[in-house]
Design a protein around this ligand. Structure first.
Ligand code: DC
Length: 230
């Protein structure tokens, strides 16, 4: 029997679909921990910038990862991220790191290292992990897999609002960056962004946060009841 408080919930999807907001709200409601796997790729990209290591070379990046301590501390409004004990939560959201995270995540060896760390974080269940490959690779046996999608235009608008890009040029640049990153994340050879075969695809373009949460809670109840019956 599955303990309702011990499920592993995977939330995957492109940037700006609302994964972090949904994961942290859901975690608060359920008493789960929310873990942003993307923050780990971001922390490695920051470390590469700090050490002048290229985003495009797998072996030095892997070495850098192996010599790093990347910690995620779940908080009500997202994850606090520590890189070698330094709080880098804000710095990793900046544009250079965002671009770098998408590039370091292309390397299979880097991904393997990340996936191993991410699995360790989920061993006890009670976890909502969000990212790009959580349902497909990190937790293929997750009890619930959500693929949260949204129209690219809507996602760009949300990002623009989030970073409070005020002038049209900045907003346009942001929309283009998002598009480029989506393209890279979903066409890479290693674990490209894609819904798992057994994921529930939710399009949040026209749904409020509350509506998405309600739908996911219904799914959790269904899954828990089904597990009790079997
Ligand atoms: O979710 P995010 O925007 O913080 O992720 C940053 C980058 O990290 C994203 O462009 C692709 C990569 N990523 C990944 O490849 N796999 C994950 N599970 C999470 C993120």
């Amino acid at each position: 029997m599955i303990d309702a408080r011990k499920l592993v919930i995977a939330i995957d999807g492109p940037a700006g679909a609302g994964k972090s907001t949904i994961a942290s709200r859901l975690a608060r409601k359920l008493g789960y921990v929310n873990l942003e796997s993307g923050a780990m790729y971001r922390a490695l990209a920051l470390k590469a910038i700090m050490n002048d290591v290229s985003f495009d070379e797998s072996a030095p990046l892997l070495k850098l990862a192996e010599n790093s301590k990347i910690e995620l501390q779940p908080r009500i409004d997202g994850n606090r991220v520590l890189l070698d004990t330094e709080d880098v939560s804000r710095r990793i959201r900046e544009r250079d790191v965002t671009e770098g995270a998408s590039r370091v995540s292309l390397h299979p060896a880097v991904r393997e290292w990340m996936v191993a760390r991410q699995r360790e974080l989920g061993v006890n269940g009670g976890v909502i992990m969000e990212g790009r490959d959580i349902g497909t690779v990190v937790f293929p046996n997750a009890e619930l897999k959500i693929f949260l999608d949204a129209d690219p235009k809507v996602r760009a608008e949300r990002r623009i609002e989030q970073v409070q890009a005020k002038n049209p040029d900045a907003a346009k640049a942001l929309a283009e960056e998002l598009k480029r990153r989506d393209q890279r994340d979903s066409t890479r050879v290693a674990s490209p962004l894609a819904p798992a075969a057994d994921a529930v695809v939710l399009d949040s373009s026209k749904l409020s946060v509350e509506e998405v949460l309600t739908r996911i809670e219904e799914l959790i109840l269904e899954r828990t009841a089904a597990a009790k019956r079997s």
